[in-house]
Design a protein around this ligand. Structure first.
Ligand code: BLA
Length: 538
């Protein structure tokens, strides 16, 4: 338990993980200017890995190391291949932990290269990408098994993809994916981890593990385990590999670039050294090596495939490419499955909408708000309310006490004709769940303003507490002890039960669509009524 002061979690959020100024020491990095090939930045371990000391490379043409022909090929490959997934980057994020946006999309490709050394030729797989005016070359000594050969892994990847295609829902799809990735890589644990909200906690929804490891399936992990700047970076590249958590990072020379005053931007680097916090996290849970692959939905980070090894483990560029490819395919497949589910739900909701609308066109104006009209059920809500002038028409369960007062305020958040919704209204209002309950604030709200005068239609939902099993205490993810700060252990041995409060069931995209469709009909009707009323009065 904490003795001295509390660990300041905000320092994790501020750490600029793309500017840590080092690479994993089994490989070496050389960055040269695209225009004149002059070397700008080199990793300190160049002498050991490449056979040429960093000081002999800096300020000289990189062609002295790799030759003109290999330089030309590197330049070509970086212009040709585009692996950047820029869509998720947040241009508004400018805090120091933010990931700098690049001039253009980063590009990378893998090339076999041979360097002549005093001890004979050395073989490398070289990953190339562009950042600003630099071409970054990352040299990985070639492992046994020969050069990068597409045919070596393609049949396995194709088989794995077929398994994915057979899956009919998200969980099944992820279960197939973790099995295939473990088979492809040999890690001891592979999980699919899904986020609850952009910067929220996440849950293990599929797992494949070697014998003797404790199960993590269904466990929740605190949001702070993956800070926001890491999530932003992971939305921009598909994969990262940590070969050995005890590796001594090879620093970059110069430490800071003359023109920017900052270390070289390693956002797109494959050898990038990682945050010390995260390395401690991994050591803490007995992991020696890791790899994670991003899962994206419409440019947003939806989750991760996370892999852990008991032993240090590097991945050859071809296996890395296979995993990256797999992440892309899985993301597409998840989008397809979600799209199908959404379309089915929308078709069902539209049928219910039709019966509500049947009442809207016939008879009295408020018929469609009466019990049995299906209005409340349409959105699976607990109640609905229509505000028009001084009139309040309710449907469903009794109106929560605080709601009429709140609606006037909240209506301003939605544009006319646009749905505004939240499944965590207390949080939006800055209330603790208990306060919200005491004040009669519902947990979920979906509203549609008719105009700027406060006329609106809204549905609300009661709180639905979600009991969760956590792999660590979500309110104390880090503790301070005599030996300094320690991440608390993670895993099922440390299971901690806590219930998430102040939330309702989530409003689905289909529900938002039918709400907007109903709004269009109702507002047309209201306009006609006003026009008719005015005509009668004149
Ligand atoms: C990164 N944290 C990560 C990554 C994962 C997790 C997968 C990506 C890097 C990798 O592939 O290893 C977390 N791993 C998990 C979770 C599961 C898992 C949740 O397997 C569940 C199954 N982490 C903390 C705290 C801090 C922190 C308190 O717990 C901050 C003090 C930081 N995590 C942190 C940082 C990174 C990270 C900074 C980015 C590492 C990097 O890319 O440099």
């Amino acid at each position: 338990a904490g003795v001295s002061q509390e660990f300041d979690l905000s320092q994790c959020v501020r750490e600029p993980i793309h500017l840590l100024g080092g690479v994993q020491s089994y490989g070496a990095l050389v960055a040269a200017r695209r225009g004149d090939a002059v070397v700008d930045t080199v990793s300190r371990n160049a002498a050991g890995v490449l056979g040429r000391a960093a000081r002999d490379l800096l300020g000289r043409p990189v062609t002295e190391l790799i030759g003109q022909e290999q330089w030309d090929r590197a330049r070509e490959s970086a212009e040709a291949v585009d692996v950047d997934v820029d869509a998720g980057a947040d241009p508004a994020a400018t805090d120091s932990g933010a990931v700098a946006r690049q001039d253009g999309p980063a590009s990378s490709g893998v090339l076999p290269m041979t360097l002549e050394g005093v001890d004979g030729p050395r073989l490398f797989d070289v990953t190339v990408h562009r950042t600003g005016d630099l071409l970054v070359l990352e040299f990985e000594p070639r492992a046994e098994g020969g050069p990068f050969v597409f045919q070596n892994f393609y049949p396995r990847v194709r088989r794995a993809l077929q398994k994915l295609q057979g899956a009919s829902d998200v969980t099944e799809c992820c279960a197939a994916a973790v099995r295939e990735i473990r088979a492809l890589t040999g890690y001891d644990r592979v999980v699919a981890y899904r986020f609850d909200g952009r910067d929220g906690p996440g849950q293990v929804i599929a797992e494949d593990r070697s014998e003797g490891r404790e199960p993590w399936l269904d466990l929740w992990f605190p949001a702070t385990d993956i800070p926001p700047q890491a999530r932003r970076l992971y939305a921009r590249n598909w994969i990262r590999v940590i070969g050995d958590v005890d590796d001594r990072t090879a620093g970059l020379v110069p430490e800071r670039r003359a023109d920017t005053g900052e270390p070289l931007d390693l956002s797109a680097s494959v050898l990038r050294t990682v945050s010390g916090y995260h390395l401690e996290y991994l050591r803490n849970i007995g992991v020696a090596s890791s790899m994670s692959v991003s899962l994206l939905h419409e440019g947003e980070l939806w989750g991760l495939i996370a892999c852990h090894g008991d032993e240090p483990r590097r991945l050859s560029p071809e296996v890395r490419a296979a995993c990256e490819f797999f992440g892309i395919a899985l993301s597409l497949q998840l989008a397809a499955v979600a799209g199908r589910e959404e379309a089915d739900e929308l078709a069902r909701s539209r049928r219910s909408l039709a019966s509500v609308l049947a009442r809207l066109t016939s008879g009295a104006s408020d018929d469609w708000m009466r019990p049995g009209s299906g209005l409340v059920e349409l959105l699976d809500a607990d109640g609905a309310v229509l505000l028009r002038g001084t009139e309040t028409v309710e449907a469903g369960a009794p109106l929560p006490e605080a709601l009429p007062g709140l609606l006037a305020n909240l209506a301003r958040r939605g544009a006319v004709g646009e749905v505004w919704s939240s499944d965590r209204l207390p949080e939006v209002l800055g209330l603790e769940p208990e306060e919200a309950e005491a004040q009669g604030v519902p947990a979920g709200l979906l509203l549609l303003p008719f105009n700027r005068d406060g006329d609106l239609l809204a549905w609300w939902r009661h709180e639905r507490p979600a009991p969760r099993e956590w792999a660590a205490d979500p309110s104390r993810p880090v503790r301070t002890g005599p030996g300094g700060e320690r991440l608390t252990p993670r895993g099922s041995a440390a299971v901690y039960r806590a219930t998430v409060r102040g939330r309702s069931a989530a409003w689905s995209p289909a529900q938002r669509v039918v709400a907007a469709e109903l709004w269009r009909e109702v507002s047309g009707l209201l306009t006609r009524q006003v026009v008719a009323l005015e005509a009668r009065n004149t």
